[in-house]
Ligand binder design. Structure first.
Ligand code: MN
Length: 490
């Protein structure tokens, strides 16, 4: 990697970009890392260059790219954060300091690991761009993972799958999530990786040909209707994502309809629905497979229309979205930090703070009675588990871990509703309070102020720590009689 290639990527998209500081940051980093080598044998500077290149390719703002080049300087060289601040200003120095504070999250001792993880969430809550740099840094480290000792390879690959990839997912950064997962996958599950590659090889080819035929036919139809989308192309599912889906589908590749999906990028929102209608007029949609993530975006912000249709005796999934939605689907929250041209000037688009609220919630939840072991369990439970999203009757989305039941849902709306939940309706049908919820369910909780109250039993069935904590609180405060009873029984 060279600084020239990074400049080229930036200038291609933003001919007007001011790059003097970036070039200076390269000189500083290059000089500071002089003589240092990576375990892979490369000059050390290769690593910060690759990190910065990734950030530039993601089209993130200039201070983040500069911080990417400087990210290992304070930790690995004589140059201090103070000197970086003097040369590059507070913003860049703040980002570099954020990365340096994180250090490496090490599995050495649970306590240390939990503490580092907590630090990462603190840094993210302060400036989420720190995690973008960490992702770019991690991707290059994964690419050179072969050079490390097996123990270290395992630690880094495991940490990637368990921590970094889920965070990327939560931020809607699927492109980076997929990339990290596919790089870590062969180190953690070498046998399974081989199997997935082998099994999918033939199928991929077959589905790719199918997709090409479908695209050809669709294009003819579109021409007849004088409707021209911006882009139509086939998109292959990534290996690790395929592997995880196979685990849920009896390891049967034939049950994976989006192995190769046809993605259609259109001009605007109206065209999304027009395109969906056109496809459905052409081919019969599969029941239950039409998904409107535009009207109801996923909790991580993902927007798109999905439909699976029978097209010429083949089953094909279509994903329809605008260019803006497509960028957000790949880059998530990072899409908002890119250079945006407005009236010839670059302006920074601020991210909706609502989208980052969960980071703060996560921090607050664990601030009280912080115990490393408990903390780890809590976030593994609430954060790294697969998420489902469930709707209130008003259409609000409640984001819960997989396996959650109606009681969890009730407590996530309000502790009062949880404490007095008497019955539940799921999709209009009566259900028990312990009914397991699925993504897309609409759940209504009936409240009985006088008679309904939480029981000890609930503690064993709820899936979220929020519900568990609140039930414990309520039981404690209403359990005076029980306490006296227990004292008498000692
Ligand atoms: Mn690094």
């Amino acid at each position: 990697m060279t600084i020239e290639r990074i400049l080229e990527v930036i200038k291609n998209k933003h001919p007007e970009a001011e790059t003097t500081m970036l070039e200076l940051s390269f000189e500083v980093a290059d000089k500071a890392h002089q003589g240092q080598k990576r375990l892979s044998g490369e000059d050390y500077i290769e690593h910060p260059l690759e990190t910065a290149y990734k950030l530039a390719a993601m089209d993130i703002d200039m201070p983040t790219v500069i911080a990417g080049l400087l990210h290992d300087v304070p930790e690995e060289t004589e140059v201090t954060i103070g000197e970086i601040e003097k040369d590059f200003g507070k913003e860049v120095a703040g980002l570099v300091a954020g990365i340096t504070k994180l250090g490496t999250i090490k599995y050495r001792g649970l306590e240390r690991y939990a503490e580092n993880l907590r630090k990462m969430f603190v840094a993210m809550a302060e400036d989420v761009r720190v995690i973008f740099i960490k992702f770019a840094d991690r991707i290059h480290n994964l690419k050179t993972l072969y050079a490390l000792r097996p123990v270290k390879q395992q630690r880094i690959a495991k940490e990637t799958l368990e921590i970094y990839a889920p965070i990327a997912n939560r931020l809607g950064m699927t492109e980076l999530q997929n990339e990290m997962e596919d790089l870590a996958f062969p180190f953690i599950y070498p046998e399974e990786y081989k199997w997935v590659v082998e099994v999918s090889k033939k199928k991929y080819e077959e589905r790719k040909r199918d997709a090409e035929k479908v695209i050809k036919k669709l294009n003819q139809e579109l021409a007849k209707n004088d409707f021209k989308p911006l882009k139509v192309f086939g998109r292959a599912k990534r290996y690790y994502s395929l592997y995880r889906k196979l685990l849920r589908k009896d390891m049967d590749v034939d049950k994976i309809y989006d192995l190769v999906a046809v993605r259609i990028i259109v001009e605007n929102l109206d065209d999304c629905y027009r395109m969906l209608g056109l496809i459905h007029a052409l081919a019969k949609p599969m029941t239950g497979r039409v998904k409107d993530y535009i009207a109801q975006p996923k909790p991580n912000g993902y927007r798109s229309l999905h439909t699976t249709v029978y097209f010429d005796n083949k089953i094909v999934e279509f994903q329809i979205r605008t260019k803006e939605m497509d960028e957000e689907a790949e880059w998530g929250i990072a899409a908002h930090w890119s250079f945006k041209e407005a009236g010839g000037k670059r302006v920074k688009i601020a991210v909706d703070p609502e989208k980052l609220k969960w980071i703060k919630t996560l921090l607050e939840q664990t601030k009280k009675d912080y115990q490393p072991e408990e903390y780890l369990d809590k976030i593994k439970m609430d954060f790294f588990k697969n998420r489902i999203f469930v709707f209130t009757p008003k259409g609000d989305v409640i984001d819960l871990p997989e396996g959650s039941i109606a009681i969890d849902f009730a407590y996530h709306i309000h502790s009062y509703i949880g404490d007095h939940a008497a019955a539940a309706k799921v999709n209009g049908k009566m259900a028990t309070l312990t009914a397991e919820l699925k993504s897309g369910d609409m759940v209504e909780i009936t409240v009985d102020k006088k008679r309904a109250k939480p029981s000890e039993e609930w503690l064993t069935v709820v899936q979220t720590n929020l519900a568990r904590d609140k039930i414990k609180q309520t039981l404690k405060s209403s359990d005076n009689f029980g306490k006296i009873f227990r004292i008498f029984n000692r």
